[in-house]
Design a protein around this ligand. Structure first.
Ligand code: AMP
Length: 519
């Protein structure tokens, strides 16, 4: 099978041009339409000067045209950068500046955001009216819809995904065709995706997990059902699975937990569903038991892995309903082409049962962070024992007596909330830059809400300055997306320090656990 992602989709399209490829509400595209439109748009991009290796930023909501844009960019030999259009303009500007694109592909929904962006890059409109666009969908239709010659090689970057960065600026993980291809070569036979499958597209398109939804579905001839971003309530999500008659539901544990808490799943629900997959966070065993009792015909698989190693690096298919609701679900064994080591500080293997840091090696590893050699060198390291390249995950884990891997926590201040990967340092940088803040610290504590984690901010104001949570939140919302905004606040005269003069974070966490509630 060709290792180029768009070629995988073309092959599926050649076999079944009239079958449904992508669906969102009443908008549907067949494989043939996806193929033709992406070919036309690719030619339009080339006409606009897009060349091999150039970046194209996508300012589009999750909908069929965004999938067409991704494929078109790849066919033009370029690299797409999906952007969260719900993020504030200041953050989007940072990402666009870092990506250094030669073109933005935008749809009408991004018009307001575009009007606030100070970037000197041409815009092509792909859906709806976009003010100032160089050309639009009507122009696209004029291009030849036939297949383009191959421009890229499997080791070339296909997309760059920007995730939260601890120093305040989002960092871009470079993902190649071959990295995604390696995961698909393991995952498609393992999960058995095939034509006739109806597969969810739940995570946003700037999430690593959506890569599996898109290319896993479209290279296996199945239909991708994009879940509209405004379907948020547990019962709405359950109706979506039911009405679309999905055969596979892949999401983050927060969603499974939220649906369980809302008791949105009834006994014998979702009769078409065959596979349930989650990734990105710990799924509480009680939540898994809830789902397995109500939807017993499904297989249930836990995928584990960071964006830096593409989609997932290990898996565990649960053999039976968990009896012990305190025993965490293993992250299992490495996916094909990957290896995971539990190492101590001297890079020696931790004995079974002992906690070490998880290091990943294999075909899924990224070449590194976009234009950031220093960060790349820090975490993509050479194993001193074998000379092989490894990614230092920052995750703590252990191997049990059966050889199964378990996730234990983080070695740093990266957290997950609602499935979003967040560096608390990025929030701290934003709070510190609010005028009048003398010092601040952001910590996370477990919570009962949808995210499963509450982001808590303690701050001290400069003398004579009065700041309250509402003002701080207002300023921060200009810099950070809503999922990164703290929900608990605490003003102190001075932040507690430990003997080394560093902020005493355990002490602060205690104060938040004992004290405030969500705003
Ligand atoms: P992301 O790059 O957004 O995919 O986030 C990667 C991080 O999410 C990992 O380094 C882990 O900390 C966490 N993670 C991913 N999958 C799992 C899982 N199945 N169980 C627990 N944590 C996970």
């Amino acid at each position: 099978m060709s290792a180029l992602l768009h070629d995988r989709v073309t092959r599926a399209a050649e076999l079944r041009p009239d079958e449904t490829a992508v669906v969102m509400r009443d908008e549907q595209l067949t494989y043939g339409a996806v193929e033709q439109r992406s070919n036309q748009l690719a030619r339009q991009l080339i006409d606009h000067g897009v060349r091999s290796g150039d970046r194209v930023c996508l300012l589009q909501p999750k909908a069929p045209p965004a999938i067409v844009s991704m494929l078109a960019t790849l066919k033009a030999g370029a690299v797409y950068v999906p952007i969260d259009i719900a993020s504030p303009a200041a953050r989007v500007e940072k990402i666009v500046a870092a990506a250094d694109p030669c073109l933005l592909l935008a749809s009408g929904e991004a018009s307001q955001l575009l009007s606030q962006l100070h970037v000197d890059v041409g815009v092509v409109s792909v859906a709806g009216a976009v003010e100032g666009a160089q050309s639009g969908p009507a122009d696209t239709d004029a291009y030849d819809a036939g297949r383009l010659p191959t421009i890229s090689a499997p080791g070339d970057p296909a997309h760059i995904l920007f995730t939260s960065g601890s120093t305040g600026a989002p960092k871009g993980v470079v993902i190649t065709h071959a990295m995604v291809g390696a995961f698909l070569d393991w995952a498609l036979p393992y999960f058995g995706q095939r034509p006739g499958d109806r597969i969810s597209g739940h995570p946003p398109l700037h999430f690593d997990l959506s890569t599996f939804d898109i290319y896993g579905t479209l290279s296996s001839g199945a239909a991708l059902y994009l879940v509209p971003g405004d379907l948020l309530l547990p019962r709405q999500l359950a109706s979506f699975i039911r009405d679309a008659q999905l055969t596979q539901w892949f999401s983050v544990p927060s969603t499974f937990a939220y649906m369980a808490r809302g008791d949105a799943v009834s006994e014998g629900d979702f009769p078409s569903l065959r596979r349930i997959i989650w990734c990105g966070e710990v799924l509480p065993p009680a939540v898994l038991a809830y789902w397995m009792r109500r939807v017993p015909q499904c297989t249930y698989t836990n995928l584990y892995g960071p964006t830096e190693a593409t989609i997932a690096s290990s898996y565990y298919t649960v053999p039976a309903i968990p009896r012990d609701e305190k025993a965490a679900i293993p992250i299992g064994t490495p996916c094909g082409g990957e290896d995971i080591h539990v190492l101590d500080e001297s890079f020696d293997h931790a004995p079974p049962g002992e906690i070490g840091e998880l290091y990943i090696e294999g075909d899924g590893l990224s070449p590194g962070y976009w234009r950031d050699e220093e960060k790349t060198r820090e975490v993509f390291i050479t194993d001193p024992r074998t000379g092989r390249r490894m990614y230092r995950t920052g995750d703590l884990g252990r191997r049990d007596e059966q050889g199964l891997l378990h996730f234990v926590g983080r070695a740093d201040s990266q957290i997950k909330s609602r499935g979003y990967r967040i560096e608390l340092g990025e929030i701290e940088t934003a709070v510190t830059s609010v005028a009048g803040v003398a010092e601040c610290a952001v910590v996370a504590v477990p919570s009962e809400d949808f995210g499963g984690t509450a982001i808590c901010c303690a701050w001290a104001s400069r003398p004579g300055v009065e700041l309250d949570p509402r003002t701080l939140r207002g300023s921060l919302s200009q810099a950070l997306p809503s999922y990164m905004l703290p929900s608990r606040w605490l003003e102190l005269d001075e932040l507690p320090k430990n003997a080394n003069g560093k902020i005493d974070r355990p002490n602060l966490r205690q104060k938040f656990v004992a004290g405030s509630s969500d705003e």
